[in-house]
Write a protein that binds this ligand. Sequence first.
Ligand code: NI
Length: 179
Amino acid sequence: MAIREILKMGDARLMRQAQPISSFNTPELIQGIADMKDTMLAAHGAGLAAPQIGWDVQLVMFGTGQVISRYPDAPPIPFTVLINPTITPLSDEEQNDWEGCLSVPGLRAVVPRWQRIRYTGFDELGHAIDRVAEGFHAKVVQHECDHLMGILYPQRVKDFSKFGFNSILFPELAPEKSA
Ligand code: NI
């Protein structure tokens, strides 16, 4: 168990195309996942991608243990480890909603994402994952998988009038979960 440093935007290790994982259930993989989970929980994150701790593999994790205040109607997302993911949009419909990132602390922006997706991949034991997700769940998965392509959410912003500091944009709200 170890809380790792979360790399911040500008670090070249966040801009790499992450490498696929070929061996499952190895001690290195299980240890890395345990460290990531400790790091995500300590940072109150809704998700974390391996590149954010400098680990150059196609692995993300996400999950919300409770309802998010900004999305009171969104069902909690089960804690999930997703390896070598693929995402397929299931319609042309987009959602535009606020997003933050643990690698871009203190800031938030409205980012367009697919509303409804199918995502596939593997868990840490190599078992296949194949799910349909929409809304907040779909948004978190797209955000995390972007990290594996070296993309941070500011690169997805279309309307820069909706990009700023949490404390200015939402002074009345407690800090929201970032990913
Ligand atoms: Ni992020």
